[in-house]
Ligand binder design. Structure first.
Ligand SMILES: [Zn+2]
Length: 285
């Protein structure tokens, strides 16, 4: 981000801080769910944040928010009441380096975290195609790591089998395999049910109404997108909306508190025809 844009964002964030504080107070404060991918100091790329940046963000979040599980997010949304500003932490994909510092830090501090894994890469010990294409195949978690994380209290979630874009055309069998099958793969590793599912890529164009319904039938408690929206009390407790855990601290501060520009700007995503309408915020910046 250029210095000019950073200065403008700083002016916007600090100028709207009183509004944000008011919006984050009371029983109708939205809950922000952050998603990270990879915390590591080497081979940095757009989906990596350094260990130092991550530790700093967690300190900042811990000082200002209650850090809660997805189960508690759902509870607050269903109850229509979120008494204090709250944030939930999630990770996508399943990068091995997360086990070096980031996850041990969260476990030590007893901060709830949901860790979404694309099961086939873990089972076959193979790097993600997007990393191979970028010329840097990065190590993925092993089944033993996933099992140890679950034992340490980390909620293991499904992120499909093959990190498939479910927003593209697929037959039902493929979607069932990616959504329900991946949950079964992971449940077999951790020996407990897998309760949450996160869409790969997670933008509006990557969502799929049939996949929502298959996830419900498969018994998932909720599915996560990554469109940058907040979760409002009395809103949808099945479709949880997430925000990118941006490495730039100022952007994280701007997004984790309620950004007035994003608070009321929503795009509907219909996955239950005629019964309800889900809202999905703008794309993560
Ligand atoms: Zn992913």
């Amino acid at each position: 981000m250029s210095l000019t844009r950073r200065a403008a964002l700083g002016a916007w964030y600090y100028g709207t801080l009183p509004w944000r504080r008011r919006a984050g107070r009371g029983g109708d404060a939205p809950v922000s769910i952050l998603f990270y991918h990879r915390v590591a100091d080497e081979h940095r790329n757009p989906w990596t944040i350094t260990n130092r940046q991550f530790a700093r963000q967690i300190r900042w979040l811990k000082d200002r928010f209650e850090l809660i599980s997805l189960e508690e997010v759902q509870h607050r949304v269903r109850a229509g009441d979120s008494p204090r500003p709250a944030v939930a932490i999630t990770f996508d994909d399943g990068y091995a380096e997360n086990c070096e510092h980031a996850l041990p830090l969260l476990i030590k501090e007893r901060i709830p975290v949901t860790y979404f894994v694309a099961s086939q890469f873990v089972l076959e010990d193979k790097p993600f195609p997007h990393d191979v294409e970028a010329g840097r195949p990065l190590p993925v978690n092993t089944p033993e790591q996933i099992r140890a994380l679950a034992k340490a209290g980390v909620e293991i979630g499904s992120h499909t089998r093959t990190h498939l874009d479910l927003g593209a055309e697929h037959d039902r069998q493929t979607i069932v395999s990616e959504v329900a099958g991946s949950g079964r793969d992971l449940a077999a590793i951790i020996d407990r049910p897998v309760r949450y599912f996160a869409f790969p890529y997670g933008q509006q164009r990557n969502l799929n109404a049939e996949a929502f319904r298959i996830a419900e039938e498969a018994g998932y408690e909720a599915v996560c997108s990554a469109c940058g929206g907040y979760n409002y009390p009395a809103g949808d407790a099945f479709h949880l909306q997430r925000i990118h855990g941006d490495p730039l601290m100022l952007r994280l501060k701007n997004d984790a508190t309620v950004d007035p520009r994003k608070a009321y700007r929503t795009m509907p995503f219909h996955y239950r025809p005629l019964t309800s309408v889900q809202a999905c915020g703008e794309a993560a910046s």
